[in-house]
Design a protein around this ligand. Structure first.
Ligand SMILES: NC(=O)c1ccc[n+]([C@@H]2O[C@H](COP(=O)([O-])OP(=O)(O)OC[C@H]3O[C@@H](n4cnc5c(N)ncnc54)[C@H](OP(=O)(O)O)[C@@H]3O)[C@@H](O)[C@H]2O)c1
Length: 404
């Protein structure tokens, strides 16, 4: 794997025992044992799945093979805190396994017996333990955060290996618990609004941005980023989330539970960008709220891409996906004069560098709705699965990092 140069990075100094119920509160942390030296080097505790299904497939094991740095561009992190996203619940049930399986095999994980045991968890905040010989941004002891690509082993474990380009120095002002709540949603929002919609600090001022589904992980980060860059933000959420959404900077809030959302939004000036975090029939009316023939963009994060591949297989699923996305893009451009795009999470350490600066400058703040100890990962999954998020659900892997 090649070491990636990061032009946007900040200047930095050179730098089989199985238990189904989970560990006890104490055993969640590495405990001194007779074999501590052996265990520290070769095994680690992690929540794994050996098959897809509902919550009962989650298993806590202390004898998982500890990952190690294999290429010059990799770093080994000791995970202090992780967070859950809706995609973890979906992946637990097999979502995306057709494509992700191919990516995992391409990374030579096939010798481990396919994708299992699979560790979920896409957010990590922790400390660098070891660096490959080509790593230039990090050194052992650095406090870092990262969003983990879904084809890699996740952060519900004591250690995780990532590419240098996926990792960033965590904001100094945040605890690991707070930091873990940000990377995956921040990287996704960056992919959607910066890479796909083309917004940035110089182009955002005065732009009218509508965020549909503003009270969850994606929405809270999107509102804040847009406000830092001077956009006018309208947000949709339920009445009970209005206070949170306003406190993050939303200029106008529409309660989607209080009547016809489309009708309420139609009374407002047209938008330059819509970020759709809800999907379904939202896109039918959201595209009509955009300024026609003015370069306005509808960006949705809720796409059938991976589902198509799971249902139809790689070849047919890819063709179907291309046809669907292409025809919708063409129809919306020709009929309404607006750009229609799908957006996806992409790991981006350089974007996290910029978000870290915003956090340390108190422009962006974490919203941690719920915290669970490492022994309570199954309960954390239940919490996320219930929906109605008002921020992020975080798992403290190292308990002393944030006493509960
Ligand atoms: N394409 C990608 O790569 C990618 C990456 C990340 C996330 N996503 C997707 O993006 C979506 C949002 O992710 P997230 O992490 O923000 O999810 P989340 O944390 O679960 O938040 C979803 C929020 O939407 C609210 N909501 C539900 N129905 C709504 C509606 N009709 N109108 C307005 N708000 C509504 C929910 O609260 P109430 O139900 O109480 O209203 C909740 O606060 C998910 O579908 C996720 O799978 C896609």
């Amino acid at each position: 794997m090649l070491c990636t140069w990061r032009p946007a990075a900040r200047a930095l100094p050179l730098r089989s025992r199985v238990s189904r119920g989970g560990p006890s509160e104490r055993s969640a942390v590495l405990q001194p044992t007779k074999n501590v030296h052996f265990r520290k080097l070769t095994t680690m505790a992690a929540w794994v799945i050996d098959k897809y299904g509902s919550n009962e497939v989650l298993e806590f094991r202390e004898d998982n093979r500890r990952p190690s740095v294999c290429t010059s561009a990799e770093v080994l992190l000791k995970v202090h805190a992780a967070a859950l996203n809706p995609v973890d619940v979906a992946m637990r049930g097999g979502y995306g396994s057709t494509l992700l399986g191919v990516r995992r095999d391409a990374l030579s994980l096939g010798w481990m017996g396919g994708e299992f045991p699979l560790v979920l968890g896409r957010d990590a905040s922790g400390v660098v333990v070891e660096c490959g010989s080509g790593v230039t941004h990090f050194q052992p002891g650095d406090e870092v955060w990262a969003a983990i690509p879904p084809w890699k082993q996740g952060s519900l474990a004591e250690f995780v290996v990532l590419s240098e380009s996926e990792v960033s120095h965590k904001p100094k002002s945040l605890s690991h618990t707070q930091a873990a709540s940000i990377p995956y949603v921040a990287s996704t929002v960056w992919s959607a609004l910066v890479v796909t919609a083309g917004l940035n600090k110089d182009s955002c001022s005065g732009k009218r941005v509508l965020i549909v589904g503003a009270s969850g992980g994606i929405g809270i980060l999107a509102i804040q980023l847009m406000k830092v860059w001077g956009a006018h933000v309208t947000a949709t959420c339920s009445r009970s989330a209005e206070g949170l959404v306003r406190s993050l900077g939303a200029d106008h809030v529409v309660d989607y539970t209080s009547g016809d959302t489309k009708a309420q939004l139609e009374t407002l000036e047209k938008f330059d960008v819509v970020l759709d975090n809800v999907g379904g029939d939202t896109e039918d009316w959201a595209v009509t709220l955009l300024r026609p023939w003015a370069g306005a963009k509808y960006i949705t994060l809720v796409t059938p891409f991976l589902l198509n591949l799971d249902k139809l297989g790689l070849a047919e699923g890819t063709v179907q996906t291309g046809l669907t996305a292409g025809s919708k893009a063409l129809k919306n451009l020709c009929d309404k004069g607006v750009h229609y795009r799908w957006a996806f999470f992409a790991p981006n350490g350089a974007a996290l560098d910029q978000i870290a600066d915003m956090v340390d400058e108190e422009q962006v703040r974490p919203v941690v709705e719920a915290e669970f100890s490492f022994s309570k990962v199954a309960q954390a999954f239940q919490k996320v699965e219930q929906g109605h998020a008002r921020g992020k659900t975080v798992i403290n892997i190292v308990a002393e990092d944030h006493p509960q």
